[in-house]
Design a protein around this ligand. Sequence first.
Ligand SMILES: Nc1ncnc2c1ncn2[C@@H]1O[C@H](COP(=O)(O)OP(=O)(O)OP(=O)(O)O)[C@@H](O)[C@H]1O
Ligand SMILES: [Mg+2]
Length: 252
Amino acid sequence: MNNTELVRVAGASKSFGPQVVLSECDLVVNQGEFVAILGRSGSGKSTLINLIGGLERPDAGEIHVDGFRVDRMSESRLARFRRRRIAFVFQSFNLLPHLTAVENVTLAARLNRTGGRRAAEALLDQLGVAHVMGKRPGQLSGGEQQRVAIARAAVARPKLLLADEPTGSLDSTSAKAVIELLTMVHSGEMTIVTVTHAADVAESASRVVTISDGVIAHDNERNSSPVGHDVENGTREAGKRDAQRDAQEEDR
Ligand SMILES: Nc1ncnc2c1ncn2[C@@H]1O[C@H](COP(=O)(O)OP(=O)(O)OP(=O)(O)O)[C@@H](O)[C@H]1O
Ligand SMILES: [Mg+2]
């Protein structure tokens, strides 16, 4: 694992009406980490992952991804930024219903200019769902759809893969397959942040963080230094990088 910072959530707060969900929450994720986010229902796990992916904006604080302030980006810039760097796996899969499995993955590869049908087929084969390639999402089981959704996310070769309860609605065999896939995708050097309720997903992760009372209450980093140290150093270093890269991006 290297120590290049990919995600920095700094003092992020988010409320919905009177309900405070996140309160000055801090989290730094380095490139190559596989982070599992745990917490009770309603603790703000999805909210945190949505903030990181720029699907929600914080009321206060900063969200940095790959050195850029996603919380300050315009919607159009955010859309471009996400397409280049971030892939989501939602619990509801969000596959396009009128396209076959292989067409769903191929489309993502083409949109991201990371390949075409051959890359899609290779990935589906690797993920053990080559036999359902020609079927539409409605003809696939939940586990098969989940694997196609992960293939679609991975084929774009994003720096960051965000997954919200990727095993949430699956039986234990399908869930195990999904965990293996995430582990496989991760070993290909992708950074993964996944929300989960499942102990076995957490076990596969290189780091487990728990949200409670609007902040990261526990941070179990295997093979890493204590979080306070990382946040301080990372903040300073990334601050410099951000300033440079923001200026470059604005120039384009
Ligand atoms: N758009 C919204 N409008 C109003 N309240 C919201 C909205 N999104 C989330 N909330 C509330 O914020 C709290 C945190 O929601 P969030 O979805 O982040 O929880 P979670 O930890 O992902 O829970 P679960 O494990 O059940 O998915 C919940 O009480 C939820 O009702
Ligand atoms: Mg949730």
